[in-house]
Design a protein around this ligand. Structure first.
Ligand code: F6P
Length: 325
């Protein structure tokens, strides 16, 4: 039997928001409509899909959003999509609304949701959006550049006051169980120490020794970037202060890293990937995730993508040590 022609597509944003999600929505809506498709938006991710929170889009609906952080479609984490009953119902709702394909903008959890929909006969495309940069199938995830720049600027400010007071500062950045944000932010801000969940062995005494040594060398401040996956920044600060006698403060940057106007890199990547999602569907390719690999935009089968893992870049790990005073 001939494949049913795709006439109507929908887009949702899911999981933690990422700067650039709006640019993805804009690209999918504009590319879809220009190519003769109806485009709908599903609000509040999979939770909104299960509540049938579905809106019609025109090219006008997405004006003035490319520069805005957050997501105009709102987002949510949805426990029901973990269960087969929720997954089946979501697929049925899409069918009832005559939605022929769904674009999911989100992180790996959102892609897992998309995979279950694919298993229930829905045509899906995933667009990688997360500040964590932790999706195995792609070298870049939309939102990372904005978030890491936000974190870097915050660290620059903390360094000023840390130097004035000759303190040690522990600054915790997001990233869930991945250390990419911490590593990039740490290199970019010239941090004295970077703790990554992939590598940290829990040897706090070694850190204390390095802080003491650095103070003896006359360094006025000590900036330690701690990844969320290592955590415990406040108690670590108390222990370091007690052991070194150096005033130590902890700052958890938190959700500020997820907000703000997306950088040029995120807007461009989102525009390219959003357009790619539509082109894939128009070319009869579905159950794919779009990706930036080795400098080129490409796409992978969604199941194959799920099994791909990502290691921290060895060369980047080496840099903070190579550039130490
Ligand atoms: O995945 C993005 C992220 O911001 C992680 O860095 C963080 O661990 C998590 O989301 C926080 O999630 P929530 O918004 O549910 O608190």
């Amino acid at each position: 039997m001939a494949e049913k022609k795709i006439r109507t597509i929908a887009i949702l944003t899911s999981g933690g928001d990422a700067p650039g999600m709006n640019a993805v929505i804009r690209a999918v809506v504009r590319a879809g409509i220009k190519n003769g498709l109806n485009v709908k938006g599903i609000e509040r991710g999979y939770a909104g899909l299960l509540n049938e929170e579905i809106v019609d889009f025109s090219t006008e609906s997405v004006k003035n959003i490319i520069e805005r952080g957050g997501t105009m479609l709102y987002t949510a984490r949805c426990a029901e999509m973990m269960h087969t009953s929720g997954q089946k119902r979501a697929a049925e709702i899409l069918k009832d609304h005559e939605i022929d394909a769904l674009v999911v903008a989100g992180g790996d959890g959102s892609f897992r949701g998309a995979e279950t929909l694919a298993a229930n006969g829905v045509k899906v495309i995933g667009v990688p959006c997360t500040i964590d940069l932790d999706i195995g199938s792609t070298d870049y995830t939309i939102g990372f550049d904005t978030a890491v720049n936000t974190a870097m600027e915050a660290v620059d400010k903390i360094r000023d006051t840390s130097t004035s007071h000759e303190r040690c500062s522990i600054i915790e950045v997001m990233g869930r169980s991945a250390g990419y944000l911490a590593l990039w932010c740490g290199i970019a801000s010239g941090a004295e120490e970077i703790l990554l969940p992939e590598l940290y062995d829990g040897d706090e005494q070694a850190i204390i020794d390095r802080i003491t040594e650095s103070r003896q060398k006359g360094k006025k401040q000590f900036i330690l970037i701690n990844a969320e996956g290592v955590g415990h920044s406040a108690s670590m600060a108390r222990r370091i202060e007690a052991a070194t006698g150096i005033d130590t403060r902890a700052t958890i940057l938190g959700y500020m890293q997820r907000g703000g106007s997306p950088t040029c890199r995120d807007r461009v990547c989102a525009s390219v990937m959003g357009d790619m999602a539509v082109q894939l569907l128009l070319n009869g390719k579905y159950n794919r995730v779009v990706s930036l690999k080795d400098g080129s935009y490409t796409d992978f089968d969604i199941h194959e993508a799920a099994s791909m893992t990502k290691e921290l870049d060895e060369e980047l790990i080496r840099i903070p040590y190579a550039l130490k005073r």
